[in-house]
Every structure is written in structure tokens, then in C-alpha cells.
Design a protein around this ligand. Structure first.
Ligand SMILES: [Zn+2]
Length: 353
């Protein structure tokens, strides 16, 4: 099966009332684990690559690994998505490489650090939509700014600053109308990376998940029932995975993620794409550390990459079940980029159209 436009995967998720995990990849083991999990749970799925991942994998390797994934599992609707594109050129490059969906993160300037104003965000997002839609490629934009930095991308906001940059629902409505995008990334208090919480449990001293502004999601959904929202920085950072890392020589004392309950509440209110990166990193690193600690005589990379892949697989299966995408791979006839071009031309341009 050729790669599917993300817009279709999200439209179908909205119809079915479920969310779809968008998992970041850098290497073969992650792609294999995602595809095996999607196959075993019968899930449509989004694989995404950041600019950092494309650089690490020298672009062409990642593209060909994903081509291999579609060849091995032709029954799985799969989108290849660019995460946090910073310019029209970066998005164009991804499209030329075969991506069926791109994110233009106009919430930040091209340096990926400075916060953009609303007008600049609209201007660049609109430009990417105008370039991508005639090719059938889906576009995700972002309004508001997230905390944390990942792969060098992010404004590095503190918890207090994150509060000030939450997505404004009224602005979201005009942003979607003005840009015509397919999916809207919202800032509701999540952060990229493994340290999302700053609250401590007064009794145990453990770091608690962040308090999310779920009312913003509910308000946006009320204003735009057909708008597909995206939750970034949505790894759950399970304690059991962090404990394995710490048990075998790691040092991640204050790691904390987003509660799965909050994600599911988001899904009930229009969140259709959930970005997960950190959780598979934690699983893989924990599994590798365990092998190194328990069998120091081993030196074949397959001895730790294999268990790392298996640990990532477990995370993906859990998430696919929790988000509700499991069981939906065969629900619909996948569209090609050519098919969806005509949908855009007939006026179904933005996700609120
Ligand atoms: Zn993100």
C-alpha cells in the first residue's frame, strides 16, 4: 500500500471517535517495532520524523526504511509525517522525499527558538498549505507554544511561561479558518521530553504529571467540532520504564509525563493525533542498560538492539490500545495523494470545512 495522506487517517479517526499515535523514529528498530505493533493490533498509524531525525538518518535511509515498512505490512494505513518543520523549504524537502504530511511549526520562528507572533504564524502556515494541498499532502500547524526542548527545537519555556502561551480558543478558530490546515497542534501545558512535571507529591516527593488545561481542548472542540487537534509532548513517561533505567545505572530522578487519562479525555474532545517519542526512547534505553548490566560479556549489537526493539514494541501496543486506534486498520479504503487532491479542490480545505 502506498503511504496514505494524514488527513484521511484523522478524518476516519474522528468518525470512529478514536485517537492515532504519531510515533517519532530515528532508526530501523523503531520502525519495525511500530509496524509489528500496528499489524498485531490492526491499527492505522502515523510515523513521524523530526528535522533532527532526518539529519541523523541522512534522510534517504529513513525514507527507504519506511518504504520497506509499507512493503512488509501493506494492509496498514500508514502516514509519513514531518514533525516540527521550521520553514517552507524544510516542508518542501520532506514532500519531495515522499512524506504524505508535514507540520509547519509557525508558533516559532525559523530558528526553532524565538516565539512568533500570530500574524507571522498565519503567514507561514498558509504558505505551506498552499504548497502542500495541491499535491495532496496534509498540513499540521501549531498555535501557542509548548515547554521543553527536543532535538534542539523549542522555546525552552519554564512552567510559568508555558501558562502564558496556552492556545487561545478564539484565536484557534480564526487560525484554522485563515490557514486552511488539516490538523491543529495545541498548547495545553504539555512539554517535550522526559521532564514534563514540576509539581511534587507532598507525601512521597515524587514528581507528578503536569496539570493540563483540558478546558481549552473542550472549548476548541465546541467551537470547531470537525477540527482535528494534536497533542504534542504526550509521552506518559511510565514509572516502570524510568525505574528500569535508574535500576541499571541511569539517572533520571524527576522524570514525569502526561497522564493517559488526560489523553483519553482529549480524544473524547477532538484530539486525533497524539505525539509520542520519549516513551519508546525510555523503553529502548532501559532494555539496553539491562543487557549491559546483566551480561557485560556480550558485544553483539543485536543482543541489545533486539531487546530494545521488543521493549519499544510493548510501548506501541499499549498506546495503540489506549488511544483506540487498535482494530481500525481495515475500516476504510486508503486514499492516495491523488485521491485527496480532489477533496481539497471541492472546498474541503481546512479541518473545520
Ligand atoms: Zn512537538
Amino acid at each position: 500500500m502506498p503511504l496514505v495522506p494524514m488527513r484521511q487517517i484523522l478524518d476516519e479517526a474522528a468518525k470512529g471517535g478514536y485517537g492515532v499515535g504519531a510515533f517519532n523514529v530515528n532508526n530501523m528498530e523503531q520502525i519495525q517495532a511500530i509496524m509489528q505493533a500496528a499489524h498485531d493490533t490492526k491499527s492505522p498509524v502515523i510515523i513521524q520524523a523530526s528535522r533532527g531525525a532526518l539529519k541523523y538518518s541522512k534522510m534517504i535511509y529513513l525514507r527507504n526504511l519506511i518504504a520497506a515498512a509499507t512493503e512488509e505490512f501493506p494492509e496498514i494505513p500508514l502516514t509519513m509525517h514531518l514533525d516540527h518543520g521550521n520553514s517552507v523549504e524544510t516542508c518542501q524537502q520532506a514532500i519531495e522525499l515522499g512524506f504524505t504530511s508535514v507540520m509547519i511549526d509557525g508558533s516559532l520562528a525559523e530558528d526553532g527558538k524565538t516565539i512568533n507572533d500570530y500574524a507571522a504564524n498565519v503567514a507561514i502556515t498558509k504558505k505551506v498549505v498552499e504548497m502542500a494541498h495541491p499535491l495532496g499532502v496534509s498540513v499540521e500547524g501549531e498555535l501557542g507554544a509548548l515547554g521543553g526542548i527536543e532535538d534542539g527545537h523549542g522555546a525552552g519555556l519554564s512552567t510559568d511561561e508555558v501558562e502564558k502561551h496556552l492556545t487561545n480558543p478564539e484565536e484557534a478558530e480564526s487560525f484554522v479558518a485563515e490557514t486552511g490546515l488539516d490538523a491543529l497542534a495545541v498548547a495545553i501545558g504539555t512539554s517535550h521530553g522526559a521532564y514534563k512535571g514540576s509539581r511534587k507529591d507532598p507525601k512521597t516527593g515524587e514528581t507528578l504529571p503536569p496539570l493540563l488545561a483540558m478546558d481549552r481542548i473542550r472549548e476548541i472542540h465546541k467551537r470547531m467540532p470537525n477540527c482535528h487537534m494534536v497533542m504534542h509532548g504526550s509521552s506518559s513517561v511510565p514509572k516502570k520504564l524510568v525505574d528500569i533505567i535508574n535500576q541499571y545505572g541511569g539517572r533520571m530522578p524527576d522524570a514525569a509525563g502526561v497522564a493517559l487519562d488526560d489523553i483519553q479525555e482529549g480524544i473524547r474532545n477532538g484530539v486525533r493525533k497524539i505525539n509520542v517519542d520519549t516513551d519508546s526512547r525510555l523503553a529502548m534505553t532501559g532494555a539496553a542498560r539491562k543487557v549491559f548490566a546483566e551480561t557485560p560479556e556480550k558485544f553483539d549489537p543485536r543482543d541489545w538492539l533486539g531487546p530494545a526493539r521488543e521493549a519499544a514494541y510493548e510501548v506501541y501496543v499499549e498506546r495503540m490500545n489506549a488511544f483506540g486506534q487498535a482494530g481500525h486498520a481495515g475500516d476504510y479504503e486508503p486514499m492516495t495523494l491523488d485521491d485527496i487532491k480532489s477533496v481539497y479542490c471541492s472546498g474541503g480545505c481546512c479541518c473545520n470545512g
